[in-house]
Design a protein around this ligand. Structure first.
Ligand SMILES: [Zn+2]
Length: 325
């Protein structure tokens, strides 16, 4: 039987990663390039096509063995690959799927990067075999992908979900990058944590952060904040506590809406879950409608950096198979 491979691409703000992936989700070869987003979408798309070509040459695969290409993007796109917007790579109305399809001769399937990570988690990670799950990427921002009845939930227009932009309050300190105020990610994300810490420091609160960052608040990282909280620093504790409280608000909303079996936490901040997971579970159980029953599990993702590539490839596999029926 002829083996079929899929190419998974994870298009991020700083780099574009690509991998050749088996039908079962094993990465056989991968590579990456910097995302030259300042040079425009045409340059980025040409770079992606070149990366695909380089991988095919290096793997000595005949292009005919590749069933399709999946791309996770940091923004909103239709399934056919029309990118409505992706703010941190400065894209608006870019026909990514059509352009890359012409360059590579392969079917191209596009979705939000958090949706791709949710697919990887469903195929190989903690939400495997569960019918309904929500995957959250806690990083610079806050993204999410939803699996409903064993399938990616992509909405009526193929855009899917933008859970980070649910309004969960009024943010008196700053507006969201989307132009709205009070989005979830302005309260519960790496950026939110850093901004909160800067505000507390500007009020002259004493903190170990002054020493950790050599008195430059722009150098605060989430790791300074989690380390400081472990050391009992008051500013860092306040930052982690507020992030946890708002994370619980949004997760309780998602549980009330979808009644999933699992909420999976991924992204850089999930690596520090020992600082907030127990408190998060407690606060979620106090906020959800069906209280104290803990029907929904909250689990930390075990998949590493390849989740975006694997998820995009598996998404392409499923969509390509579906297109044949
Ligand atoms: Zn927003």
């Amino acid at each position: 039987m002829r083996l079929v491979y899929y190419i998974g691409i994870d298009l991020g703000g700083s780099s574009v990663k690509a991998g050749i992936v088996t039908e079962q989700g094993t990465v056989v070869l991968k590579d990456k390039k910097p995302t030259r987003s300042k040079e425009g979408s045409d340059t980025v798309i040409r770079d992606i096509a070149a990366l695909v070509e380089e991988l095919l040459v290096a793997s000595e695969l005949d292009g005919r063995e590749v069933g399709g290409i999946g791309i996770g993007i940091p923004g909103a796109a239709s399934k056919e690959g029309f990118v409505y917007f992706a703010t941190n790579i400065f894209w608006t109305d870019v026909p990514l799927g059509e352009a890359l399809g012409k360059m590579t001769g392969k079917p191209v399937f596009v979705a939000n990067d958090a949706t791709m990570a949710a697919v990887a988690e469903y195929q190989l990670g903690v939400t495997q075999k569960t019918a309904n799950s929500v995957f959250l990427t806690l990083g610079t921002g806050l993204g999410g992908g939803i699996i409903m009845n064993h399938q990616v939930y992509s909405g009526s227009h193929g855009i899917g979900t933008e859970v980070g932009h649910m309004t969960v309050g009024h943010n008196w300190d700053y507006d969201c990058t989307c132009g709205n105020n009070g989005c979830w990610e302005t309260f519960a994300s790496g950026t939110a944590m850093k901004n909160h810490a800067k505000k507390l420091l500007s009020q002259k609160a004493p903190s170990v952060l002054t020493e950790k960052t050599k008195d430059d608040p722009d150098h605060i990282s989430v790791w300074h904040l989690f380390d400081g909280a472990k050391e009992g620093d008051e500013v860092c504790l306040q930052v982690v506590q507020r992030m946890t409280r708002y994370l619980a608000v949004g997760i309780a909303n998602l549980i009330n809406l979808f009644d999933p079996e699992i909420i999976a936490l991924g992204g850089g901040i999930s690596a520090a879950s020992d600082c907030f997971l127990d408190e998060l579970k407690l606060q979620v159980s106090e906020r959800i409608y069906v209280k104290k029953m803990n029907l929904t599990r909250i689990e930390v993702s075990q998949l590493g950096n390849d989740a975006g590539i694997i998820g995009a490839a598996m998404y392409a596999r499923d969509e390509e198979r579906r297109s044949k029926f």
